[in-house]
Design a protein around this ligand. Sequence first.
Ligand code: NAD
Length: 492
Amino acid sequence: MAGRPVGEPELLRGFIDGGFVAGGKTFTKASPVTGEILFEVAEADESMVDDAVAAARAALNGPWGRLGEAGRAAVLRRVADELERRFDDLVTAEVADTGKAISQARTLDVPRGAANFRAFAEIAASAPTESFTTVTPTGRALNYALRKPVGVVAIVVPWNLPLLLLTWKVAPALACGNAVVVKPSEETPASATLLAEVMAAAGVPDGVFNLVHGFGPDSAGEFLTRHPGVDAITFTGESRTGATIMRAAADGVKAVSFELGGKNAGLVFADADLDAAVAGSVRSSFTNGGQVCLCTERIYVQRPVFDEFAERLAERAAGLTFGWPSDEATVNMPLISAEHRRKVLGCYDLARAEGATVLTGGGVPTFGDARDGGAYVQPTVLTGLGPATRTNREEIFGPVCHLAPFDDEQEAFALANDSDYGLAATVWTRDVGRAHRAGAGLAAGIVWVNTWFLRDLRTPFGGMRASGIGREGGTHSLDFYSELTNVCVDLT
Ligand code: NAD
């Protein structure tokens, strides 16, 4: 595939109660690389979502509900094995859907799918249980907490790291004994469809994993998140969408876990290893076409090294070329769709209107081949704007960053924290004390020091403010995907 399909588009179907299903309506999925239609996708209507939720509910009352922790961990390991067996198919699907470089799909997206299942097989099986012996003037009692599944979990995910983000939620949900209905982004239906095949081949019981395709409003996303049969909703996507889903969840007082947008800051101190800071900032601003919630869109640089850093970053950004995704040497990628490109180009225009200086980029590249029909934009480095501008406050979700100078640590932390969001911050410094002060002083769910996007799946992950609700990762995921019952037994 890799963005160059031939013949009729394949029909991708939903997966309910162990079988693939298509409803009446379909929509098309276009290649971000060329704009050609790649897939036709079966859009779930309300009755298909009803069926998916009912199948999940029934599965909870079947053998899956009686399996126990060790049995579920074994299933998760089989899923990981099967994901590894289908590795090349998943890479092809992920590259087709997103236009991302095949090297990235091979080294990040698809391996993380299997890693998520292996990690949560271990994390769930080895999670500590709480117990307290209570002594009162009148007696003694033993308290211990039991983990139980929440029930039917709705999983709604975006398009930027489709398999990685989907499995990040499916794996712990299943590890805790839940049944799931997943709604991938309308932009990335392919790897989720393959995941359904993987589930079936790995022997996940019918109804435990269900997949519905479609859009958000007045489509599968909305039908699922306002469904009364859903017990909890985990969502990754835009903060605005999170607010809508939260309103839907209010009706049934459902638990929500939200991983939302970011407007992440990078801080480059004059004492930093500047080579590392430049290389790291190229990664943190332009990886995946800047379409990672953790990407750095605001970079503050200490004044003595500002000019050198700006010049070197702009030069590196201008040198980021676009190969075909299937070429091993390609690292860069288009945006997900023509619609998203319009939004990002609108942000480039807005930045100019707000008075930004464009150090590099700001437009679209031309190729003279089929990629001119794709959704490419130039990596862009801006400067000259104040912290109150929309460019510095609103998430763009493209290959763009704005550079501004600062004088001292206090000012740097204040600038970084001046945001409605609080997902990630990246600090480049050789001062160990400052590194720890940044960890304490920055309002972000993760603070990276001299690195970016280094993740340990056991650690808490999530955002503050408009960047999310709750933490996932390690036992934090188990806390969301399970209910605790405290059992209190009289010992007298
Ligand atoms: P989005 O919010 O538009 O869509 C995400 C998912 O929600 C899609 O499946 C979509 O169909 C569905 N959806 C949309 N409206 C809905 C509604 N009213 N009801 C139910 N479902 C609905 O986000 P996107 O454009 O796909 O992804 C980009 C966003 O995701 C960015 O804001 C990015 O920062 C964020 N993101 C956050 C994280 C994180 O971990 N914090 C990770 C990746 C992406």
